[in-house]
Design a protein around this ligand. Sequence first.
Ligand SMILES: *Cc1c(COP(=O)(O)O)cnc(C)c1O
Length: 818
Amino acid sequence: MQDATPTPATDPDFQNDVVRNLICRQARYPDIATPQDWYMALAFTVKDRMLESWAASTKTYAEHHVKVACYLSAEFLIGPQLGCNLLSLGLEDEARAAMRALGQDLDALLALEEEPGLGNGGLGRLAACYLDSLATLEIPAIGYGIRYEFGIFDQDIVDGWQVERTDKWLKMGTPWEIVRPDVSFYVCFGGYTQMQTDAQDRLRVQWIPARQVKGVAYDVPIQGYRVNTCNLLRLWKSEAVESFDFEDFNAGDYYQAVEEKVVSETLSKVLYPNDEPDVGKRLRLAQQYFFVSCSLQDMLRLIDISHTPVAHFAERLAVQLNDTHPSIAVAELMRLLVDERQMAWDDAWSITLNTFAYTNHTLLPEALETWGLPLMQNLLPRLLEIIYEINRRFLEEVRNAFPGDEARVARMSLIDEQGEKKVRMAHLASVGSHAVNGVAALHSELLRQTVLRDFADMYPKRFLNVTNGVTPRRFLMLSNPGLASLLDETLGAGWRSDLTRLEALSDYADDVAFQQDWRAIRLNNKAALAGRISQLVGVRIAPEMMFDIQVKRIHEYKRQHLNALYMICLYRRLVRHPDQQAAPRCFIFGGKAAPGYWMAKLMIRLITGIAEVVNRDPVIGGRMKVVFYPDFNVKNGHLIYPAADLSEQISTAGKEASGTGNMKFMMNGALTIGTLDGANVEIRQQVGGDNFFVFGMTAQQVEALKRTGYRPGDYVQVNDELRDAIDQIAAGRFSRGDKALFAPLLDNLLNYDPFLVLADYADYAACQERVSEAWQDQRQWTQMSILNCARSGIFSSDRAIGEYCQHIWQTQKPAPRL
Ligand SMILES: *Cc1c(COP(=O)(O)O)cnc(C)c1O
């Protein structure tokens, strides 16, 4: 890429094309068009430009016989598309002018867009950031996933509680997808297997399925930033194979036939929450196999049309498994090669191993996927046979490497034989991949030491770390245009293609004039968020307050309740000392709780309960506010991340694999209060201990305390303020007098809590005091803010994707033809 941002050529046809699309594709004319019609017409115009770029890149890829990176993920949380695509194409000014000439306001149209909520949180957003970087770095790549009809639910807050609404992202149609009825595959389920001899008299296994489902490709173009490269996100929608199952129909069982059709069409219906305790197991496994099988069949199709022998599969395709959700791919590729392409087992295994790489995303034992054998046998009988054969050969290898160590064999087996027998998907992924990575330095280290220790012993070279990253296009340029302009003026545009150049900002950290500009931009962002909050929840907050923000999924390990306890403590102090000078703070929360995760929902209720009391207390006035921002998603994130002064990253050490919200905040100039967990460790390393508020136990100390026995009561006994906060909750102070409401939450904190909230409380509160003190010196604070942004460069997803390309996929951008 060039050093300076190439100025895009002006496009004289742009306005004409919008009108033409309004008429020809939206079937409206200007006088009667609604804003939604204009949005669609504009989006089509932008998509057409992207498809020209897509055609050029696909042609280049084909001519160069390049290796393609395939990113398999059950989730892609891509966020709203219009703004980002305009930014990447360099068409924002053009579009603004064209729409103004047509009597429309671009910002109003951008606000209309409903985001495809095809993910739960960090994992799905990571996949989206990686697609953005792949296109920007001009790496040939395809994202493969599921086109859920209903993505993650929309969240309302009613009476202080989370209420879920179905996500209606397809209600008005989406302009961004291209349906490809001709790119479709059949996927088998159920039935049985049998042995047969083929024409060459060889024994072959045949899978006689009970039913088949058809997967149809829906492509979403992913434009690289200011380059003529556009890749695809290919999402599979399930359809019934036939409108009628004729056999059933003829037998008179019309309704059975229709039922089969309904079941088939249900497969891609809904996204499951990732932290729901045990729901829809069968459908979820079916979804995983469905999208994996379609994707691998599609890859074989691409191999075939490029006239590449299947034996060269792994030289042309690298497949990344984003967590274990797609890990059945290891067995499915074996099935396709051995059963369908008649390849010998050893050859097929060598291709499989060279093709796949696996990214682990969690150390939480309850989040490690397993599937019961009866379910696997019933739904995917042929795949289970293949898993047994992989396991048989693998355990032989283990026994050879560690003779006599049967305990190790049992620990490493793909099948968990204790209790109800299960397939361990993380083991399948680790055995079938040539590379296994964690997502932050600490996480990768813990992975080697704990959940995958035996595998790291056996295949030490297989294990590596790739610290996560986020795209600076969406999370800086698009969502913080004020800051982006200041960076351009100060540093030139070079940082846009190489984020590590932000380092040059360090020279300005202490510059009074620059600091003023910096603060003005931040205040502007905060005023915008305050305005939205006032509209949404009716709480008025002064932009001058410290904005202390925790937005992420609501989960015990992320410890929103630790933050809540401190809020109560601060509130009580302010009540007792009305004249005390303290940094005025607004605590802002956002995030969804899995619908079946009761404790997380109760945590939301506690926060809204505290908000009710604090915001209405006249004694408090403007010294403290509490806000729960409803429906946290990518779109709302655009407004929230750039408005934060303080980023809350307070998970129990050893539990957050990486975090990516922490990086988005840092990039936008927030300071972090955090534990030594996930990528926080690396953030602190980059920015320096003086510019990071660290507190709490280390991962080692957490484990040590668990071993010796965690006694929550001990911490309450010696801490009057903590005891007072807990008493206040118990007395119904934040539940309108209802003393029973939070009893389960308190019972948990005081008697079970595996996330050790109370053990970290005192240090957290003390650290928050240091934060308040630091806020009093705005010059010093601003300097720290600037340094945080300056040193966030390595957290660009471009750096992460560079590492995947170099160390795992062996892919690169096609060399220009001479
Ligand atoms: C970045 C992001 C996340 C991940 O946040 P963490 O703080 O890393 O858990 C979740 N949801 C959305 C919408 C995001 O943009």
